[in-house]
Design a protein around this ligand. Structure first.
Ligand SMILES: [Zn+2]
Ligand SMILES: [Zn+2]
Length: 132
C-alpha cells in the first residue's frame, strides 16, 4: 500500500505527528466530498463577516448545495491514514483505519495494530485542529 500524503493542510480534517515510545506515527484524515451532491468537499462553515472558516463549528457544510452534517457524524465516516514506525519491532508501515474515537488509557485515540508484530498502537486523538 502506498498512501497519498497530503500536499496541503487544506486537504485535511486532521493532521498530526506523534512520538510513540521509540516509534512514531504521522496520521492524517482527508476531507471527503459531499455525500449529497458529490461536487465539493465538505468544510467548516465560513464566517460571513471575515470569510474565514469557523474552526470551532460543530458541523460541516457543503459549499455547493449547503448540505449540513454534524461534526462527529461526519468525522466518524472518514478514513485515517497512518505512516508509522512500530515502537515494539521498529517496523515501518502504512495503514488505513476508520477515524473513530476509541477510549485508550483515558484518552480518545485512533488505534491500530502493527502489521508485522501485531502490537497495539494508539495515536491519541489530541490532534490539533488545522489552522489556516
Ligand atoms: Zn453538496
Ligand atoms: Zn511491530
Amino acid at each position: 500500500m502506498s498512501l497519498r500524503f497530503p500536499e496541503s493542510m487544506d486537504e485535511c480534517v486532521y493532521f498530526t505527528r506523534r512520538a510513540i515510545g521509540n516509534g512514531k506515527a504521522v496520521a492524517w484524515v482527508f476531507r471527503e466530498e459531499c455525500p449529497e451532491c458529490k461536487k465539493a468537499l465538505m468544510s467548516k462553515p465560513k464566517d460571513e463577516k471575515t470569510g474565514k472558516p469557523k474552526i470551532r463549528a460543530s458541523e460541516y457544510v457543503c459549499p455547493e448545495c449547503n448540505y449540513t452534517v454534524e461534526k462527529k457524524e461526519y468525522e466518524d465516516t472518514l478514513t485515517c491514514s497512518i505512516q508509522y514506525t512500530c515502537p515494539e519491532c521498529m517496523n515501518s508501515g502504512e495503514v488505513q483505519v476508520p477515524f473513530m474515537r476509541k477510549s485508550y488509557k483515558g484518552a480518545k485515540a485512533v488505534i491500530f495494530n502493527c502489521e508485522k508484530c501485531d502490537a497495539k498502537i494508539a495515536v491519541t486523538k489530541k490532534m490539533k485542529a488545522l489552522k489556516k
